[in-house]
Design a protein around this ligand. Structure first.
Ligand code: 0GZ
Length: 296
């Protein structure tokens, strides 16, 4: 029985006509967390995937970039493509210097394969710990990959949930590279900023100056719903303390959204609520991503 390419997605499709943002992005702004999905069958989805997305290819991503007023993208390998990085690498090659990538690789990845991806604009790998997205990977496998990618001066993007942080902390401290945490490590916003769980994340960033955080995905973290007022204090706590180690992104095409589909233009209008000064906005959207992804 051949794998039948399931085409109808399990979840909502990306917003078909986002609003033009009111917030004017600074010149050279970077959408530092987004994905491409397929299009299949050219770029098939991984058999081991835990969700089946709609097609959302590079052309639509770059049209959105231009419409919103971004200059560049960092394209993060999505779990629906597993360790087949071809769609992400193809999108990076198409955009040339306007895109960088984050790959998902296995323990047998070779330095030549990594260097090929580096030449296409890839600058890191993603370690995913979110159980609904991936099966567990042994820590020693991740450490072996970390050793290889450290040779290319790449960094490691990590995706975990707040409940996992205490157990993960010793492992994170073992990693030899800069670490970028997706979506603030997914705090439970009903527990408030002062709860020990979120304070543990802030303490980790205090203790380890090479740990960065994406201040992204209020639509995933909110319990109150749009306009996500309940998530604002969490972002402000991170941006106000660590304004030179934060990144922002749309998370387009928003995998696995079931409650609602955010308007990407409205997400851009959320930025001045979490980075409240022009200086913070420039660091978040330009200086920090340029330092981490476009140093070469
Ligand atoms: O929360 C999610 O479902 C999710 C999934 C993925 C992915 O499948 O790569 O990436 C994200 O940034 C967020």
């Amino acid at each position: 029985m051949t794998e039948v390419q399931v085409m109808d997605a399990d979840w909502l499709e990306f917003h078909p006509n986002p609003k033009k943002p009111d917030f004017i992005l600074p010149k050279g702004a970077v959408d530092a967390h987004c994905h491409v999905f397929g299009p299949s069958p050219e770029f098939p989805y991984a058999p081991e995937r835990k969700y089946t997305p709609c097609n959302a290819g590079k052309d639509k991503l770059y049209a959105l970039r231009d419409f919103l007023g971004f200059d560049k993208n960092v394209i993060v390998q999505a779990t629906c493509h597993g360790k087949d990085n071809r769609a992400m690498v193809d999108a990076c090659r198409t955009a040339g210097d306007k895109a960088r990538g984050i790959a998902s690789v296995g323990p047998d990845i070779t330095m030549d394969e990594l260097r090929d991806m580096d030449e296409a604009g890839v600058r890191g790998v993603r370690f995913n710990f979110v159980k609904r997205l991936v099966d567990a990977t042994p820590k020693e496998v991740f450490l072996g990959i970390a050793e290889k990618i450290a040779k290319l001066d790449w960094h490691i993007v990590v995706y975990f949930e707040a409940a996992d942080l205490e157990e993960l902390t010793p492992f994170l401290k073992q990693l030899p590279t800069t670490i970028v945490v997706d979506h603030m490590g997914r705090p439970d916003v009903t527990k408030g900023v002062d709860h020990p769980d979120f304070q543990r994340f802030i303490q980790l960033m205090e203790d380890v100056p090479t740990i960065w955080s994406k201040v992204t995905c209020p639509e995933r973290l909110t319990k109150a719903g749009y306009p996500y007022d309940d998530v604002v204090p969490f972002y402000q706590a991170i941006v106000d303390r660590f304004d030179d180690r934060v990144l922002w992104g749309t998370d387009w095409p928003h995998p696995n959204m079931k409650t609602h589909m955010p308007d990407d233009g409205a997400l851009v209008d959320y930025i001045p609520r979490i980075a409240r000064t022009a200086e913070q906005q420039k660091k978040l959207l330009v200086d920090n991503p340029m330092r981490l992804y476009w140093a070469r």
